[in-house]
Design a protein around this ligand. Structure first.
Ligand SMILES: *[C@@H]1O[C@H](CO)[C@@H](O)[C@H](O)[C@H]1NC(C)=O
Ligand SMILES: *[C@@H]1O[C@H](CO)[C@@H](O)[C@H](O)[C@H]1NC(C)=O
Ligand SMILES: *[C@@H]1O[C@H](CO)[C@@H](O)[C@H](O)[C@H]1NC(C)=O
Ligand SMILES: *[C@@H]1O[C@H](CO)[C@@H](O)[C@H](O)[C@H]1NC(C)=O
Ligand SMILES: *[C@@H]1O[C@H](CO)[C@@H](O)[C@H](O)[C@H]1NC(C)=O
Ligand SMILES: *[C@@H]1O[C@H](CO)[C@@H](O)[C@H](O)[C@H]1NC(C)=O
Ligand SMILES: *[C@@H]1O[C@H](CO)[C@@H](O)[C@H](O)[C@H]1NC(C)=O
Length: 387
């Protein structure tokens, strides 16, 4: 009798440890989009940060400003995220939340008055994204890479526009991919996203889509010839059918999107944004795409509707920010989808919009003046999440 009980426990513990092991091997990674435009350049706001500062200065938007910003008056704020101690704290916050990687928006660097010698960069600020010409857009990535805490979180890039077709830029991405913190999927393939790449960008990149496909194929070969695995390349765009068709012409591995804009003047309940995300995932699955699920924690560009930015027109339509439960439900559902549809989501990763897009969404995860650590605490209670 005793020996059979002992036998039972031995079997019990063996099966528990086996199932635990299977679970540990199957944990989708969670990435978050970072938009770094919170910096000073020569003691002045960098051109993009200038508009961000203006948009968030009215008192009614102060609740959104990140933990390192200061209220000066009811019509003015100040911030400078280009400080090592700020980045160190951000890394600790992201680690607390259970985030695996940040996806850094990656832009051309411009001189004063939008000067640049690179034809792709000229195309970017003249055509893709009117007057989007930051002077130090990679301060966030640089501070992350110089942080003593960098091993706590991985990173990847969201490349934007046509400049990723430039071979010098490509070599720079490859150098970053060689770092141990660069996020990989499917057993070691460097993960990279591309956004704002449409007909005009395809034209300048490779005289159209198939030529651009060849350019990106050469980029893959370049990475492989330097000892990396084949990069896992994800094209982002809003419409499922369009992005799938473009991704297949470019020879990309999967599709995703950056955000899901929408809402109404009065504010649409968050649950509808959640449903629209689920529909996006399902539509991608239904057309046979490979996909990285977008998990949008909000959409509310009212600060930009009041004080417009030159590079994008955004109205006052918005969603109400998620509650803790709603945020957790979104992430749980995205990971559940990733686990259940592991052919569609072969990379076993999801991407959250966003860490610090505070002028475009009140659901940004970064601790803020009005909501403190609410959202990172909410994530810390459900992450890491296993299949
Ligand atoms: C905001 O405050 C700064 C620092 O005092 C000042 O230089 C700037 O002119 C103010 N901006 C506005 C719009 O009031
Ligand atoms: C930048 O443009 C402004 C306004 O046109 C002009 O006054 C200034 O001289 C320009 N600066 C440089 C360095 O070209
Ligand atoms: C463009 O090239 C010229 C000549 O090589 C150089 O002086 C200038 O600094 C460059 N401008 C930028 C923005 O890189
Ligand atoms: C970063 O990625 C590497 C390689 O994919 C992985 O071994 C490591 O555990 C990751 N680190 C974190 C903090 O997720
Ligand atoms: C997980 O996904 C499956 C299959 O789509 C679905 O039946 C189930 O309700 C989902 N569970 C949760 C908690 O979302
Ligand atoms: C995908 O999910 C199925 C069903 O849960 C499972 O049997 C299979 O091992 C999974 N494949 C991978 C690569 O995780
Ligand atoms: C975030 O802070 C604002 C301003 O204090 C508040 O109105 C809002 O309810 C807070 N959001 C949540 C989800 O608690």
């Amino acid at each position: 009798m005793l020996s059979s009980i002992i036998f039972f426990y031995i079997i019990f513990f063996i099966s528990v440890s086996i199932s635990t092991k299977i679970n540990i091997n199957n944990r989708p990674s969670v990435g978050v989009i970072r938009w770094d435009a919170w910096n000073l350049f020569n003691s002045q706001y960098d051109p993009i940060s200038f508009y961000l500062h203006r948009a968030l200065s009215p008192e009614k938007f102060h609740y959104r400003i990140p933990f390192y910003a200061t209220v000066l008056s009811s019509t003015n704020i100040s911030f400078n995220g280009d400080l090592q101690n700020v980045m160190d704290q951000e890394i600790l916050y992201a680690k607390h939340a259970g985030i695996d990687y940040w996806a850094f928006d990656t832009y051309c660097q411009f001189g004063i008055n939008c000067t640049t010698n690179n034809t792709y960069c000229i195309q970017y600020y003249k055509q893709t994204s009117n007057q989007y010409c930051p002077q130090n857009p990679s301060y966030g990535l640089n501070l992350y890479l110089s942080s003593v805490y960098k091993s706590l979180i991985n990173f990847t890039l969201i490349l934007l526009g046509s400049s990723p077709c430039d071979i010098t830029f490509q070599q720079h991405y490859i150098d970053l991919m060689k770092l141990p913190q660069f996020q990989t999927v499917l057993g070691g393939r460097p993960l990279v996203y591309l956004f704002q790449f449409d007909n005009a960008e395809a034209d300048i990149c490779g005289c159209g889509w198939s030529g651009s496909g060849q350019i990106f194929n050469k980029f893959r070969q370049m990475a492989i010839s330097q000892g990396l695995q084949n990069p896992y390349m994800v094209l982002m765009d809003f419409n499922v059918a369009t992005v799938q068709s473009h991704a297949s012409m470019l020879g990309f591995d999967a599709i995703s999107t950056y955000a899901l804009p929408g809402g109404t003047l009065d504010g649409t309940p968050f649950v509808e944004l959640f449903h629209s995300a689920q529909q996006w995932w399902q539509s991608a699955h239904d057309i046979g795409a490979k996909m990285v699920p977008i998990a949008p924690t909000g959409w509310d560009p009212r600060p930009r509707a009041e004080n417009p930015v030159p590079w994008v027109i955004e109205g006052p339509e918005h969603y109400i920010q998620p509650t803790v439960d709603e945020l957790q439900e979104l992430i749980r559902s995205g990971i559940n989808f990733t686990c259940n549809y592991n052919q569609t989501v072969e990379a076993q990763t999801i991407i959250i919009y966003a860490w610090n897009e505070c002028s475009e969404t009140s659901g940004s995860l970064i601790p803020s003046m009005g909501n403190g650590t609410l959202y990172i605490d909410a994530l810390s209670k459900i992450l890491p999440m296993y299949c």
